[in-house]
Write a protein that binds this ligand. Sequence first.
Ligand code: NAD
Ligand code: MG
Length: 384
Amino acid sequence: MKNIYLLGATGSIGSQTIEIIENHPEQFNLKAISGHSNLEKVIEIASRFPLDLIAVKDEIDALTIKNVFPNVKIVYGEDGLIELAKVNPDDKESFLVNALVGMVGLKPTLAAVEIDRNVLLANKETLVVGGHLIKKALKDHPVQILPIDSEHNAIWQILNGEDKDKIHKLIITASGGPFRDYTRKQLELVDLKQALNHPNWSMGKKITIDSATMMNKGFEIIEAAYLYDIDIDKIEALIHRESIIHSLVEFVDGSVIAQMANPDMRLPISYALFYPGRVASPVKPLCLSSIGKLSFEKVDSEKFPLLGLAIDAYKQGGSKRTVLNAANEAAVKLFLNEKIKFLDIEKIITSEVENHVLIPEPTLDEIYKIDKSVKEKIFTEYDK
Ligand code: NAD
Ligand code: MG
């Protein structure tokens, strides 16, 4: 029996995690959840599970929910997310599932590692911004970060039992998003509805926009560099429209191993929850003969410059990644609120990253300061 502490329970990954937990009541106990803007959904989930703790957005929501669940510990704000990550510190047979969106997930991830709790990580921004801090914390704590992101989960499945020194290359597949066949000229005119219309995956809004700009693939390359401790030049992105192959590993002997499945996040979540076992899952079986063909193309880095910018930010190191992520979070929010155009996203992020004076190994405090000032600057300029 494993206890699950779930951050971001009301989101896309959070909901799918709950579905799996609910299908296996003999294996998992949901002990704590967080939800930010959808209090109704928090109440609905909390009515189905006997929870120890609920984390909500602010004090007002905390009071509302305390009235409904007087015997459950209620916490709020960013500190509440940290409390959730480390509640019941002696409970070692447990997982923190981090399904938050944005760098707000960094401190809770660190908090879980610090109490020796394994983390199932969907929140890739944690590694983009604080990969160096997580790596350092993992040296002192006997825990693992188990990736839920489908590409990294695929690589994990492929590497099972393989010698990491024998990797020649990691190949991370990308659907290419809704604009893979658009020209730069056409990208000038795309609107929010088109950008949210992902061809293969149904996900939260922020990652859907990150997929349309290809920033998501840049983040995933950084994520893979940290998770697998591998030179970033050995990681490449490959357009694969069908989203059937979730990533590939090329070994030194020339063998290339791929992991395949229909695109469904319940598979990587399930693999991480049940590792090292496997269980039957609701994922539709793959029928290759009806798919017929799988296609592969190079990424057009001129059309999608944010992929290269992300790799560059990683190579420059430290606080460039903080700025990359902060500017992205702010610009995507502005685009979702229809305050800027699609191509303004890359313009804003590029300008912030280029103008930032690098701090090589930023501390947690420095990261939060930089994040705040970059976001404030962008909102002041564009949120009118
Ligand atoms: P989502 O928007 O559907 O859900 C995000 C969750 O975080 C919600 O529960 C929301 O209440 C909470 N949240 C948002 N802002 C918050 C804040 N400031 N403070 C506290 N809580 C906050 O997002 P998602 O699509 O489930 O993605 C979650 C993470 O998983 C992201 O990092 C994303 O990149 C990654 N991911 C998602 C998918 C997918 O299929 N959805 C696939 C791979 C990776
Ligand atoms: Mg992914």
